[in-house]
Design a protein around this ligand. Structure first.
Ligand SMILES: Cc1cc2nc3c(=O)[nH]c(=O)nc-3n(C[C@H](O)[C@H](O)[C@H](O)COP(=O)(O)O)c2cc1C
Length: 180
């Protein structure tokens, strides 16, 4: 099974979650790569089973150039203000046969558990528009302030998300086409 975790992160918190989700996937035997959105491929490889996409919640949704500029004014590294997950998903092409399943996550300061107006649900919406099948409900991870750090327990939740996503993947066929 092959997975790719693509993240956007202005202050490094979403990146931390992305790396932990990847560690959870790898711990379950999934071959996984992690890439910042600016370096992510716009043509997805044909053998990808799972695409995990994570981004910070900005103004109740995915970031835009103006909100990323605002983050830089609040202390984020200017290099991170390049194109975000919204722009990447809008330009994404996926293989017609065997498109990967998608799982979305976001980081946010709001402690409202079910927050429909956040980056994760926006990722899921855009992914569906690109013809991708969303595998799981989006997950939100809490930061304690705009620049972080992540709230207690969120790193553990991130690893558990990776493990749970690995369990959602169909078993790889064995040599005789029988699931292992
Ligand atoms: C311009 C801007 C707008 C934001 N809007 C929201 C928001 O609408 N809801 C929310 O919960 N957090 C909001 N936040 C907090 C971000 O979600 C937080 O900075 C982010 O999760 C940190 O992740 P990062 O370190 O990966 O950038 C906002 C932050 C910035 C800079």
């Amino acid at each position: 099974m092959k997975a790719l975790v693509v993240y956007e992160s202005m202050f490094g918190n979403t990146e931390q979650v992305a790396r932990e989700v990847a560690a959870g996937l790898a711990g379950r035997g999934v071959e996984v790569g992690v890439v910042v959105v600016g370096d992510a491929p716009t043509d997805l490889p044909g053998d990808l089973d799972l695409l995990v996409v994570g981004a910070p919640t900005h103004a109740f949704s995915l970031s835009r150039p103006a909100t990323r500029a605002d983050a830089v004014r609040q202390g984020a590294v200017p290099d991170r203000a390049g194109p975000g997950v919204r722009e990447w998903l809008e330009g994404l092409t996926s293989p017609q046969s065997h498109p990967p399943r998608v799982a979305a996550f976001d980081t946010r300061v709001s402690s409202v558990r079910w927050l429909p107006r956040a980056a994760g649900p926006a990722i899921a919406r855009l992914a569906r528009r690109r013809g991708l099948r969303v595998a799981d409900a989006p997950t939100g991870f809490l930061v304690t302030a705009v620049g972080g750090p992540l709230a207690d327990g969120e790193i553990t939740r991130a690893r558990e998300l990776g493990e749970r996503l690995a369990d959602l993947l169909p078993a790889e066929p064995g040599p005789e086409g029988v699931p292992r």
